[in-house]
Design a protein around this ligand. Structure first.
Ligand code: SF4
Length: 372
């Protein structure tokens, strides 16, 4: 067994340990790395798009969206020139829509303040909307081979295990320690490949539960494996229990069109269009028809007559398990001075395709387009 660092940092990685670690990691990566579309390029725009998409999203999902997004917006100029709505339409289904809105804004900044060229310097990259320390380090190292570290979920876990860090990696002290380690491990050149190798090892081998230590290229260097601590390191924060909520979405019909409203930038599905949607009281706790009328009125100032329930959709958002009762209602009138500032549109079902909708909004849109 070789010398390795410990959680107490009594023996922070030695030069010899780092050399062996890099050599083994890179040899493994060149042999075992997945062939992913964004790994075939060093174009900063493409690296940026992939890094933003990969935040909170599975590789398999991004593999579908990445080529479609690039076909729609092949470069920074195309993204900057697009409407926010068309960007959100391409992003539809990926979730965390703030990412798309910030990318769109950042493209405008690159066009206006950097003459359309993606900035190379880490400080300039970090000033772009939606780009934090991790994303800036990933873009700078992968696209420009800058000697910049990265730290995200996979590498937090991997690096914690490489030094048996038993504290909370999400607290300031833990983060500082792991960022220092990420920086310390970097080779002199080829940092983009090295960073990707770290993430790949964390993603494929050093997994949250039951890591494949026997297939791990750095097993002989790993104190967590030696001490059988891989189920205890890193410290896992308990997630709050899921909360069941009941909501309604109302398709309001008027002369062959349906009512959509644009969701505010804050909150779920910010910037997307949706059918009027709101929380419902629990069953038995008041009249659903009254709740539907009041809910649509408060959001839009439109008075409706509920007709019938169309369907029920179940889905989860963050820690909420949502039961969405979808209703059909007809337009009655609109209150004057209704006090709502919501952006609204009456849309023919055949035109819904042009609007970015939430996943449930799209399902409901398809249902009414099919003539249900
Ligand atoms: S030996 Fe196991 S715990 Fe250590 S880095 Fe490899 S997979 Fe992770």
């Amino acid at each position: 067994m070789e010398t390795f660092p410990t959680a107490a940092m009594a023996d922070w990685p030695t030069t010899d340990w780092k050399r062996r670690f890099r050599r083994r990691l890179l040899a493994w990566f060149r042999r075992a790395a997945r062939d992913l579309a964004w790994r075939r390029t060093r174009d900063p725009y493409r690296v940026w798009v992939s890094e933003i998409m990969l935040q909170q999203t599975q590789v398999a999902t991004v593999s579908d969206y990445f080529p479609r997004f690039l076909a729609a917006f092949p470069d920074v100029a195309a993204l900057a020139a697009a409407t926010e709505e068309s960007v959100l339409r391409q992003w539809e289904g990926l979730g965390y829509y703030r990412r798309a809105r910030q990318m769109h804004r950042a493209a405008g900044v690159i066009e206006n303040e950097h003459a359309g060229r993606f900035p190379r310097e880490i400080d300039a990259i970090r000033t772009l909307p939606g780009i934090g320390r991790y994303t800036a380090g990933a873009i700078a190292s992968i696209a420009f081979d800058a000697r910049q570290p990265i730290l995200e979920a996979n590498t937090v876990r991997l690096l914690s295990r490489l030094v048996v860090f038993r504290g909370d990696p999400h607290q300031a002290a833990g983060k500082e320690l792991l960022w220092s380690l990420a920086e310390e491990l970097l080779p002199r050149r080829g940092c983009g490949e090295f960073n990707q190798a770290l993430m790949e090892l964390g993603s494929l081998v050093c997994t949250p539960r039951q890591p494949s230590c026997c297939d791990c290229p750095v097993m002989a260097l790993c104190p967590t494996y030696r001490d059988g601590l891989h189920e205890l390191v890193p410290l896992v924060r308990r997630k709050p229990p899921a909360e069941a909520v009941r909501e309604a979405a109302v398709v309001v019909r008027r002369r062959g069109r349906v009512l959509l409203l644009r969701r505010g930038e804050r909150g779920r599905w910010g910037g997307l269009w949706d059918f009027p949607r709101f929380a419902l009281p629990t069953p038995g706790d008041g009249d659903t028809a009254d709740a539907l009328v009041a809910g649509v009125d408060s959001l839009t100032g439109v008075l409706v007559r509920p007709l019938r329930q169309l369907t029920t959709l179940k889905h989860s958002v963050t820690r909420f398990r949502i039961t969405l009762d979808c209703h059909l209602a007809e337009y009655v009138s609109r209150r004057r001075g209704n006090g709502t500032s919501a952006e609204m549109a009456w849309v023919a079902p055949a035109e819904l395709d042009a609007y970015p909708l939430s996943v449930t909004g799209r399902k409901l849109g398809r249902l009414i387009s099919d003539g249900t």
